[in-house]
Write a protein that binds this ligand. Structure first.
Ligand SMILES: NC(=O)c1ccc[n+]([C@@H]2O[C@H](COP(=O)([O-])OP(=O)(O)OC[C@H]3O[C@@H](n4cnc5c(N)ncnc54)[C@H](OP(=O)(O)O)[C@@H]3O)[C@@H](O)[C@H]2O)c1
Length: 231
């Protein structure tokens, strides 16, 4: 399978790439800004079909003009796209600047929106698009002070998933959203300092990879909560 993972330089995305790379039949494209971390990731994968694209997904203008051709240099078509890159803002509502808001929304909703739009021409017939949201982005879940920009942007990607499943229901593409709970990463530590998550990044990545490949045949347009604790 040809798999694209955004936000691959650390945390859950890093582990996702390693997991997909453990199958020699897979070709993986790892995207995030930190080129050095992507090189380390490639060196840890015993699969020469791991390609990296250092790219700032918040630069939506460049995303629309360059991303498709960069991806196509690595893989001819896409079977799985995991929109995993994320940007946290943890500030009280009154302290969130317009710049904070734009950064968060650019990475968490505008970039997956235009990544999907740009890469759609190279989706394979049965492509599966998995958008990574958060429990904080689910209607009715427990909410936390400081996360108004972040959680509302994660709500937006959940609803986008439902919209795309409806708009493309005549195709064999599937669009699903995993609203995940706590996994031990740098982002979690920034959001909830000192909190110990029940899952490692690798354990969460295992769940996401299995869902993306095997366990989702009967899901399309679904927002699935993946959490056993709060947060
Ligand atoms: N960990 C949790 O408990 C938790 C809970 C709920 C939801 N999530 C969601 O799960 C996903 C992964 O989270 P994580 O905890 O693994 O986060 P993380 O450790 O902070 O990693 C975030 C990744 O996103 C990439 N990224 C950020 N801004 C980017 C940009 N402008 N362009 C390209 N890549 C960018 C980062 O790479 P560069 O810095 O190299 O660009 C990094 O690889 C996120 O969508 C997050 O919101 C996580």
């Amino acid at each position: 399978m040809n798999v694209i993972v955004t936000g691959a330089s650390r945390g859950i995305g890093y582990q996702l790439v390693k997991l997909f790379a453990s199958d020699a039949a897979n070709k993986i494209v790892a995207i995030s800004r930190n080129a050095e971390r992507l090189e380390v990731l490639k060196s840890e994968c015993e699969n020469e079909n791991v390609k990296s694209i250092p790219f700032d997904l918040s630069d939506v203008y460049r995303l629309k003009s360059d991303l498709t051709s960069l991806v196509q240099e690595a893989v001819p078509s896409i079977d799985i796209l995991i929109n995993n890159a994320g940007q946290l803002v943890n500030k009280t509502f009154d302290q969130i600047s317009s710049e904070d808001f734009d950064l968060c929304y650019n990475v968490n909703i505008k970039s997956p929106f235009f990544t999907i739009q740009s890469l759609m021409p190279v989706f394979s017939e049965k492509a599966h698009i998995v958008n990574i949201s958060s429990m904080g982005g689910v209607q009715g879940s427990v909410k936390f002070p400081g996360l108004s920009a972040y959680s509302s942007s994660k709500g937006a990607i959940a609803i986008l998933t439902e919209c795309l499943a409806e708009e493309y229901k005549e195709t064999n593409w599937r669009f699903n959203c995993l609203a995940i709970g706590a996994a031990q990463t740098e982002m979690l530590e920034e959001a909830f300092p000192g909190y110990k998550a029940p899952l490692s990044a690798e354990e969460m990545a295992k769940f996401i990879a299995k869902f993306a490949t095997e366990d989702s045949s009967y899901f399309n347009g679904k927002i699935l909560a993946v959490a056993s604790t709060t947060p």
